[in-house]
Design a protein around this ligand. Structure first.
Ligand code: UD2
Ligand code: MN
Length: 534
């Protein structure tokens, strides 16, 4: 039998003990080169993955306090683990499946449902089917979509077939660590409207190291251009946890405004009650924020469970694309925003003008009907109660908009398309005339911070030219740099007494200079535009 032979060949490539306990490992010589080439193609070093056992031992990463928690396995609900995949490397996918089988107590693992989203890779066809049939427990079931459907419809197809009381979704490149499943199920058992997320560790895409530094973790937020991002647990939440869990806050369920989307557990009945997914979302992206907002606004909670830890391979790029290179993330995000974000929707379009009136968004009436039926709260309620730390550039500020040189449209503050997740130099560029371009949207807050959605203005005083540098704002909103907008229209830095100046521009970058009330190059004003109704 050809598959039998191929499977034996695959197993013979694996080196027992390689990368066990999640230590990093490397290839050498020619293998290193083909490993690097496979990385360039897949975003994962597949050659290395092929050499690591499907059953490599996970590291021990649970917090000490988790050891003292006892779970009565027989009283826990059962779980259906759903893994959808599209063009995933075969050995990476199988390691995910094996790790679930190795770590989930069989009394609570009802089944593993694999959904192939119409992959074209050869080994994901007959060989995978044969492996599942001949090498894996009958709890593992494999279904195939008849055309490429995107991860939302693939997950829905998996959920429709699930028979366990809890649905556990995983990406196809994960490794579970011991004891990960019980705390998720236990929390749902206690509170059926809790949607729970494990602590997600990083498995290095090149070395397969299971990177877990300590017990700290982040919770989820979002950016106004529609992306998920990570944040420290705010003090507000720590206080709630102190009330809830007393002196065990390190392992206390932690409220999270959003989730990354790939790894979570939800009561099966509750999943359908709360509106499952928007089945018209194609491809990849957007469904995670949609589900996060929906859960909070419609009466559920979204919680990170620190005793449950799972490693995930974060790729730097997607090894797959969608028909006509469609921006499925953007389109799905508009579908989400139209239903859930109320007038905050405008902020998405302000940051993504290309998504306003996008022709491929389609109709969202049925999701609005769902929102009415479930009597969900407003997005404003969500922002005030679930994510009050989130800075909204147009709310509760002294001023916002473009900042232009007085009566000179050639100079507006601009991020010059630099990477805004890192510190960057503030620059100037011709003012965009109509809408506010996202690169030119600035706010001036009541506590005198000059900022964008994510970055706050400061002065780099290490060099002779004192550039204005935008740095990621402190997540606990501690104000360090403050600016006075003077009666001479200068932005004066309170800590140094210097003013923002555009004299002798070098590469369009702004700097700070001794304040001079007569200087024309120090005068700045907020320009209002017609789209400032938000
Ligand atoms: C993150 C989530 C992912 C999903 C995504 C937004 C984590 C760790 N991952 O991106 O689950 O919520 O954000 O959409 O939270 N897949 C399909 N069909 C497709 C495309 C992908 O089945 O058309 C599979 C894919 O093989 C993988 C899963 O869906 O198993 C998620 O895709 P990803 O790993 O490329 O997404 P990721 O981790 O970058
Ligand atoms: Mn993933």
């Amino acid at each position: 039998m050809a598959f039998e032979h191929e499977i034996e060949m695959d197993l013979s490539k694996q080196i027992p003990g390689l990368c066990d306990f999640g230590v990093e490992c490397f290839l050498s010589g020619e293998e290193m080169e083909i490993g690097e080439a496979s990385y360039a193609e897949n975003g994962i070093n597949v050659i290395l993955s092929d050499k690591i056992s499907y059953n490599r031992s996970p590291p021990y990463v649970q917090h000490e306090l988790c050891k003292n928690v006892h779970y009565d396995i027989l009283s826990l609900p059962t779980a259906s683990v759903i893994i959808t995949f599209y063009e995933e490397p075969y050995s990476v996918l199988l390691r995910t499946v094996h790790s679930v089988l190795n770590t989930a107590p069989s009394a609570i693992l009802k089944e593993i449902i694999l959904v192939d989203d119409f992959s074209s890779r050869r080994d994901l066809k007959g060989k995978l089917g044969y492996y599942v049939k001949t090498r894996l427990s009958s709890k593992v079931k494999l279904f195939r979509m008849r055309r490429q459907s995107g991860l939302v419809r693939a997950r829905l197809a998996g959920a429709q077939r699930a028979t366990g009381s809890v649905l556990v979704f995983l990406d196809a490149h994960c490794e579970c660590t011991s004891g990960w499943l019980q705390p998720l199920l236990s929390r749902i058992h206690q509170s059926r409207s809790s949607v729970v997320v494990p602590l997600i560790d990083v498995i290095n895409q090149k070395t397969f190291e299971y990177e877990s530094d300590g017990y700290g973790f982040d919770i989820g937020g979002f950016t106004l251009d529609g992306h998920f991002d990570w944040h420290d647990v705010p003090e507000r939440e720590r206080e709630r946890q102190r009330r809830e869990c007393k002196d065990e806050i390190e392992i206390c369920p932690t409220y999270s405004p959003t989730m990354a989307g790939g790894l979570f557990a939800i009561s099966r009945d509750y999943f359908w009650e709360i509106g499952s997914y928007d089945e018209q979302m194609d491809g990849w992206g957007g469904e995670n924020l949609e589900m996060s907002f929906r859960i909070w606004m419609c009466g559920g909670t979204l919680e990170t469970i620190p005793c449950s830890r799972i490693g995930h391979i974060f790729r730097e790029f997607h090894p797959y694309s969608f028909p006509n290179d469609k921006d499925t993330h953007g389109i799905n995000t508009v579908r989400m925003a139209k239903v859930w974000m109320d007038d905050y929707q405008e902020l998405l379009y302000m940051n993504r003008p290309d998504l306003r009136n996008h022709p491929d968004v389609g109709d969202v009436t049925h999701r609005k009907v769902l929102r009415d039926k479930l009597k969900c709260k407003s997005f404003e309620w969500y922002m005030q109660n679930i994510y009050p730390e989130k800075f909204i550039p147009t709310r509760n500020v002294q001023n916002y908009g473009r900042i232009s040189a007085i009566e000179d449209d050639r100079f507006c503050f601009d991020d010059l398309q630099q990477n805004i997740d890192e510190p960057y130099n503030l620059g100037v560029y011709s003012c965009y005339k109509h809408d506010i371009a996202p690169s030119q949207l600035f706010s001036y807050t009541y506590n005198k911070v000059l900022r964008t959605e994510r970055s706050c203005a400061t002065i780099d005083d290490r060099r002779s030219t004192k550039y204005i540098v935008m740095i990621p704002c402190n997540s606990d909103d501690e104000v360090t740099d403050t600016w006075v907008h003077t009666s001479f229209n200068q932005f004066k830095h309170e800590q140094t007494g210097l003013c923002i100046d555009r004299k002798n521009l070098d590469k369009n970058l702004l700097h700070a200079a001794v304040c001079d009330s007569l200087s024309k190059t120090q005068k700045w004003e907020f320009q209002k535009t017609k789209k400032q109704s938000i």
